[in-house]
Design a protein around this ligand. Structure first.
Ligand SMILES: NC(=O)c1ccc[n+]([C@@H]2O[C@H](COP(=O)([O-])OP(=O)(O)OC[C@H]3O[C@@H](n4cnc5c(N)ncnc54)[C@H](OP(=O)(O)O)[C@@H]3O)[C@@H](O)[C@H]2O)c1
Length: 414
């Protein structure tokens, strides 16, 4: 069966989870004519999700429900075979995601997810990139708050300089202010990654490698050395900054985009991310206390006894921020870019990426939902690039257009 003749445009796997439900609502509300299905391991829970959807959207009475466990390759192959796109919120991905990504690569089915787990993505590249290239599947990881604002924001800057005949050479992302919560699934994914890093020195080195996701880690390395770990005053924004937790995934995704797209940002491209805390003594205090708190959290969460102390204090799987908290959330990202100066001397520009609800849930449901819709419905407008891609290298300008139409800001300030 060709991808276009498959019965489902999109299958949402993990529709019973906290984020999966938000994505289901997003698709139900935003894509009334989509041919889609919900999938998961628990028939009763899926029936409840469907009943809730039908209350607000009676036309979904015919919505198909598919049963598959993340550990059952035959069931996953059947799900992938009947779909143009599988969109999954089943995490931790390093625990539950490997077989589904492989099934999609095998069946020539496009795929998008919300992982931020470098070890899982590296494994997916090594296992699935070549096969997905042969079958014509686009496997796109990191379609949430990590790493769409970073990846598409840098892409936007590069396109801006390209129109002026220049190449992006250097970019620094500053996140903040922002307000948002955390879900049990995200906590579980973070703790699983720290546990693996603690157990396996090879995985620990991989997670610390700024070029962890480029095709050949021994060759083609650029000039970046690592992520910001300390509080420091940043002249580019005139404010105090500290480490941004998601830099550990976002920077790797942006560097992969560059490497697999033929180096549109150049081989000497430099990229970093930090979190902004404000000016003066208050900013310095905020950056310093956040940096110390983060270091203490990572140290504690890297040990088994530490994780046992932390787990009861954090949300459990299935839990997450309330609707009121999600609606009160927001984020602002600025990416300060410099071009290579070919001909006329270096140009400077700032890309602005903003969202008006909780970044990890309200905005993430939008980003993942639009990624699935983009892969399913806009395939004729996407570059014919297959394999394990990044959001920018798979969907670039078309996804920016979709996210703007859905209320997010992607803009250039000179
Ligand atoms: N990138 C971002 O910005 C971002 C934002 C939000 C979340 N995330 C990631 O998204 C993932 C989900 O987070 P969440 O808070 O929504 O988690 P959650 O509420 O715990 O949901 C997990 C989902 O996975 C399903 N599941 C678990 N084991 C399964 C198995 N063996 N077979 C089939 N399904 C299985 C669960 O099904 P049951 O209901 O049957 O248990 C549930 O639907 C996490 O990895 C998190 O880090 C990323």
């Amino acid at each position: 069966m060709t991808a276009s003749s498959r019965p489902h445009d999109v299958v949402l796997f993990g529709a019973t989870g906290f984020t999966g439900r938000l994505v289901a609502d997003y698709l139900a509300h935003g894509a009334p004519t989509l041919r889609w299905a919900i999938a998961g391991r628990n028939r009763d829970k899926l029936a409840r999700v469907k009943a809730d959807l039908v209350k607000d959207h009676p036309a979904l009475a015919e919505l198909t429900v598919l049963i598959a466990d993340a550990a059952d390759p035959a069931a996953l192959a059947a799900v992938a075979k009947d779909a143009r796109v599988v969109c999954t919120t089943v995490g931790p991905y390093a625990v539950h995601g490997r077989e589904l990504a492989a099934a999609c690569a095998e069946q020539g089915t496009d795929y998008c997810d919300l992982t931020g787990e470098v070890n899982f993505i590296r494994d997916s590249i090594d296992r699935n990139h070549a096969r997905a290239g042969q079958t014509g599947a686009r496997i796109v990881h990191c379609c949430g708050f990590d790493s769409i604002p970073s990846d598409l924001g840098v892409h936007l800057l590069a396109e801006h300089f390209k129109k002026q005949g220049q190449k992006l050479k250097k970019a620094s992302l500053f996140v903040g202010p922002m307000k948002g919560g955390i879900s049990g699934g995200t906590v579980a994914s973070m703790l699983a990654m720290l546990e693996e890093a603690g157990r396996d020195p090879r995985q620990r080195r991989l997670m610390g490698d700024p070029y962890a996701l480029i095709p050949d880690r021994d060759k083609d390395r650029g000039p970046d050395r690592g992520d910001q770990m300390m509080a420091k005053f940043e002249p580019l924004v005139g404010a105090w900054t500290g480490p941004f937790v998601m830099a550990a995934i976002n920077t790797r995704v942006v560097r992969r985009t560059n490497a697999i797209s033929g180096y549109p940002y150049g081989k000497d491209f430099r990229y970093r991310e930090s979190m902004v805390f404000g000016k003066g003594a208050k900013g310095a205090f905020g950056a310093g206390t956040f940096t110390a708190g983060l270091a203490a959290f990572v140290t504690l969460a890297s040990t088994g006894p530490g994780r046992s102390i932390l787990k009861p204090l954090l949300p459990a799987p299935g839990q997450g921020p309330s609707k009121a908290k999600r609606d009160a959330g927001f984020f602002r990202v600025r990416i300060v870019g410099e071009s290579d100066g070919s001909g006329a001397g270096p140009l400077k520009a700032v890309a602005r990426v903003e969202g008006k609800s909780d970044p990890g849930y309200g905005e993430t449901a939008k980003m993942l939902g639009e990624s699935a819709l983009c892969l399913a419905l806009d395939r004729d407008r996407l570059e014919p690039r297959h394999g394990v891609r990044t959001p920018a290298s798979a969907m670039g300008n078309r996804l920016i257009e979709r996210l703007r139409a859905a209320g997010m800001t992607f803009a250039i300030e000179n």
